[in-house]
Design a protein around this ligand. Structure first.
Ligand code: GLN
Length: 491
């Protein structure tokens, strides 16, 4: 078989089970794709070819005895996840050649279930960004292009490597993280499916911290069902993370087959932003029609504090980041620039090690936490955050899920927004709310815009009710019948 890499995770797992091909064959096919594509797409920052082949061989042996749910499936791992013996830098210079001596809980869960690691995926530095342009390794390129133009577009961020690798058949699926939209926005920009689960569903242990009260891991995959399969393996209670929830992990894959007849889906009026492109409006209206046709009831709802979500996020996230990033001092691990004394070494290391966007976040975060401004900014943002969560709580008394667009636009060109942080931050307008409220959110591809670029819808659910999110998303996916693929210009 020549097009093994075009398979969905589900069909690859079926093929492996039926012994139509081995994990080693599948792994080699992906490694060949990566070698051909990576010089153009820049999705991988480390390719672990030897490790991948060894894991694939071990998986082929295990198949005879007791195969796991992801047995033999080659995956890409965002460079934010610590991987034992494999360089992990969060795509920041400050981590130098840091090679962890331990494995993150989420990736350990994947290997426990039989998956194979292809390598580490590019991302915005410390997951701060929406375009992958803040990576120390340079931007990732979106496999999608506008019509016949050859302008390079961003795959979004911060999980741009995960999105591009999944969209361009450089893995069956990938891990990603989402603090304000970093799973859902890149998924929307690349025609893939991204899920940010409920806060606490996946362990944060061994994931480089950005904003600890918002960070969640989740998958980027080719289909809703693939995302459900991956999330089931990634999730689970972990005593090593005190915010990990002590709950059972449901069978998300099964939930994809549930009917949505009789469910009520909320449409929040506040997400109808001024100046929203017509194509996004139309996509949303189309999504509503699809949900109705599948038997759901639609209800207009109000999430009153939505307009404060972005300003609130851009106080809370930098505040937590400034505190989390204080640990990078060049003393214990990562890169160090030697100064004349200790303080000078700290300063030189941090000045050289952190990129401009990360420095901006540290400055903002330190400012809003400083004694004179704490009440005016940080404390107030926490109050606003509570109101936003309360809006959702009230809405979920009346509806089972909420439908919104995933992003305010399709993928944009590299360089188009990198000089203007505020216009970059506006990308997260539909996604940050779910992080602030700790709720699950899923982005799925629903249509192409006039230039042929994918556009995504978002489904938001109640805390710990990813099952309804998967059911609604699977129904929309079926109705959208999104089959478009980027033309291969990269290999
Ligand atoms: N784009 C947002 C930011 O820059 C979200 C990033 C994320 O979810 N990691 O903060």
């Amino acid at each position: 078989m020549s097009d093994l890499t075009a398979l969905t995770l589900k069909s690859a797992l079926d093929g492996l089970e039926k012994k139509q091909f081995s994990s080693l064959e599948l792994t080699n096919a992906f490694l060949a794709n990566i070698e051909a594509a990576n010089p153009r797409l820049n999705a991988y920052v480390v390719v672990t070819a030897e490790k991948a082949r060894a894991m694939a061989k071990a998986s082929d042996k295990r198949r005879k005895k007791n195969p796991g749910p992801l047995e033999g499936a080659p995956l890409g791992i965002k460079d934010l996840f610590c991987t034992e013996g494999v360089r992990t830098t969060a795509c920041s210079n400050i981590l130098g050649e840091f090679t962890p001596t331990y494995e993150s809980s989420v990736t350990a869960n994947l290997w426990r279930d039989g998956a194979v690691m292809l390598g580490k995926l590019n991302m915005d530095e410390f997951a701060m960004g929406s375009s992958n342009e803040t990576s120390r390794f340079g931007p990732v390129i979106n496999p999608w292009r506008r019509g016949n133009e050859d302008t390079n577009l961003t795959p979004g961020g911060s999980s741009g490597g995960s999105a591009t690798a999944t969209a361009a058949d450089l893995c069956l699926g990938a891990t990603a993280t989402d603090t304000g939209g970093s799973i859902r926005q890149p998924a929307a920009f690349t025609g893939t499916v991204g899920v940010k689960p409920t806060y606490g569903r996946c362990s944060r242990w061994g994931i480089v911290a950005f904003a600890s009260s918002l960070d969640q891991a989740g998958p980027i995959a080719k289909t809703v069902e693939d995302a459900a399969i991956l999330l089931r393996s990634m999730a689970g209670h972990d005593p090593k993370d005190s915010t990990s929830l002590p709950v059972e992990t449901p069978d998300f894959q099964q939930a994809c087959g549930r009917s949505i007849r009789g469910l009520t889906i909320g449409v929040p009026e506040e997400y109808r932003m001024d100046g929203m492109p017509k194509e996004i409006e139309d996509l949303w209206a189309q999504g509503i029609e699809w949900a109705k046709a599948a038997g759901a009831k639609i209800k207009a709802i109000s999430l009153k504090h939505t307009k404060y979500a972005l300003p609130c996020y851009y106080i809370v996230a930098p505040a937590e980041a400034s505190s989390n990033l204080a640990r990078y001092d060049g003393m214990r691990y990562g890169a160090r620039v030697q100064g004349k004394d200790l303080a000078d070494s700290y300063e030189k290391t941090r000045a050289a090690g952190f990129g401009a966007e990360v420095q901006r976040r540290i400055l903002i975060g330190t400012y809003v936490l400083s004694a004179g401004y704490y009440d005016a900014y940080y404390l107030r943002a926490q109050k606003v955050r509570a109101r936003i969560a309360e809006d959702f709580r009230a809405a979920f008394e009346e509806v089972d899920a909420i439908l919104t667009p995933a992003t305010p636009s399709a993928a944009f060109a590299l360089g188009e927004k990198s000089g203007d942080p505020v216009s970059m931050y506006l990308n997260d307008i539909f996604t940050v709310t779910a992080n602030l409220a700790g709720l699950p959110g899923l982005a799925l591809p629903a249509a192409l815009d006039k230039k042929g670029l994918p556009l995504g819808l978002q489904v938001i659910g109640k805390a710990l009710d990813e099952e309804t999110v998967f059911a609604v998303a699977a129904a929309l996916e079926k109705a959208a019948d999104f089959k478009a693929r980027p033309t291969n210009w990269w290999s």
